[in-house]
Design a protein around this ligand. Structure first.
Ligand SMILES: [Zn+2]
Ligand SMILES: [Zn+2]
Length: 337
C-alpha cells in the first residue's frame, strides 16, 4: 500500500525533475549553439577589384599617391587617353576599346615605378590618369558603362597581358618596337600597314627651327650635344615603314643618335605636339631646318586615329585589336591566376 500510496507522489516528482532537466538542457544547448563561432565563408575566386594600383597623381606640391582598384584606375584613364564623344555612337565602342587597352597596359606595367614606391605615374610616361570625379557627367556615364561592359578583359597572346602600346597616329604604318627602341620585340608589335589614319587631315605636321635655336636645344642633352656650332642634321637610317630610326648631327661635335632620342630632346622643350613623330623628312636651309612629317606618337602598337576611323567605318573592337596586335585575343585576366 505504501508503495501504491507513494507512487503518485514520486511520479509527480519525476515529471517535475524531467521537465526541469529538459529546460536545463535546452538552456545549455542554446548557450552552446550561440557560442559556436560562425564558419568562415568558403574562399571565393579572387574578385577583379582585389587588384589595386598605387598611382602617383599630380606633381609638385599637389603630388599624391593614391591606391586605386584596377577598374577605378581604368575609369580615370580612358577619357584622358581617348577623346570620348558622347554625341554620337562612337563614344561607346571607343571607350570599350580604350578600357581594354588601359587595363592591359596597367597590368603589364604594374610596378614600373616600384623603386619610387608606387606602380604607375599618371603622365604619358605610363598612361595618363585623371580621377573619374573630375569628368563631365555624360562622359563619366559612357566610360563607366564601357569599363563595366569589359570588366576584367585584357589582351593576351597566351602569356598574361601583352604590352598594349598605343599612340595617337601612326601616319600610315605602325612600326616595330625593335626599330623604334632597339632590343627584342614580340610578334604582335612587329608593325602593320594602316590605310585608315591617313585619311585624316591632321595627319601631317611641320616644324621650322632656326639653326641656333636647334643647337641650343640639342646642347641640353649629353647624347645630342654638338657644342658651339651646328652644321647639319640628317637621317641616316629608316625602318621598313619609312620611319627615321637613326640621325646624324654634325657641328663642333658629331653625333649619331636614335631618332626617338632626337625627337625627345625637342619635345621636352617644345611639347609633344611640336615634333609629333619620327615619321619625317628634314630640309636644311641657310637659316635653319624644316621638319615635315606624318602621324603623332611613337608609332608602335595601336594607332588611335586609325581605330577611330575604323569604328566609324563599322569595325568591331575585336577586329581593331586583331589588326593592330595580330595573333592576340581577349581574355578575362582573373581566370589566369
Ligand atoms: Zn611612369
Ligand atoms: Zn595609323
Amino acid at each position: 500500500m505504501t508503495r501504491l500510496a507513494t507512487a503518485p507522489h514520486l511520479a509527480r516528482r519525476f515529471r517535475l525533475a524531467r521537465v526541469l532537466l529538459v529546460l536545463l538542457l535546452a538552456v545549455v544547448t542554446a548557450r552552446c549553439v550561440s557560442r559556436v563561432a560562425p564558419r568562415p565563408p568558403a574562399p571565393a575566386p579572387r574578385p577583379d577589384h582585389a587588384v589595386t594600383l598605387r598611382v602617383e597623381v599630380g606633381t609638385g606640391v599637389d603630388r599624391k599617391l593614391r591606391t586605386l582598384s584596377l577598374e577605378e584606375y581604368v575609369r580615370g584613364s580612358v577619357p584622358a587617353e581617348m577623346p570620348i564623344n558622347t554625341d554620337d555612337a562612337l563614344g561607346g565602342p571607343l571607350a570599350r576599346l580604350q578600357a581594354i587597352l588601359a587595363r592591359t597596359y596597367a597590368l603589364a606595367n604594374r610596378g614600373r615605378h616600384r623603386s619610387e614606391g608606387f606602380d604607375l605615374c599618371s603622365s604619358t610616361h605610363c598612361q595618363v590618369y585623371v580621377p573619374a570625379a573630375t569628368q563631365g557627367a555624360a562622359v563619366a556615364r559612357v566610360v563607366a558603362d564601357a569599363v563595366a561592359d569589359t570588366h576584367g578583359m585584357i589582351i593576351t597572346s597566351g602569356n598574361g597581358p601583352i604590352e598594349a602600346l598605343f599612340h595617337a597616329d601612326c601616319g600610315g604604318h605602325t612600326s616595330s618596337a625593335t626599330a623604334v627602341w632597339g632590343g627584342p620585340s614580340p610578334d604582335y608589335l612587329a608593325g602593320v600597314p594602316d590605310a585608315f589614319c591617313v585619311t585624316e587631315a591632321r595627319n601631317h605636321w611641320r616644324l621650322a627651327l632656326g639653326r641656333d635655336h636647334l643647337r641650343r636645344m640639342l646642347n641640353t642633352d649629353t647624347e645630342t650635344t654638338v657644342g658651339g656650332r651646328l652644321d647639319d642634321v640628317s637621317i641616316t637610317h629608316r625602318d621598313a615603314t619609312g620611319r627615321a630610326t637613326q640621325m646624324e648631327i654634325r657641328g663642333q661635335e658629331r653625333r649619331l643618335v636614335r631618332a626617338t632620342q632626337f625627337r625627345a630632346v625637342i619635345t621636352r622643350q617644345l611639347g609633344a605636339r611640336a615634333f609629333r613623330s619620327t615619321f619625317f623628312r628634314v630640309e636644311t636651309s641657310p637659316d635653319g631646318f624644316e621638319f615635315t612629317g606624318q602621324g603623332f606618337g611613337h608609332g608602335v602598337g595601336l594607332c588611335q586615329t586609325g581605330a577611330i576611323v575604323r569604328v566609324r567605318a563599322g569595325s568591331t573592337v575585336e577586329q581593331i585589336l586583331d589588326h593592330y596586335y595580330p595573333g592576340t585575343w581577349l581574355e578575362r585576366y582573373s581566370t589566369m591566376d
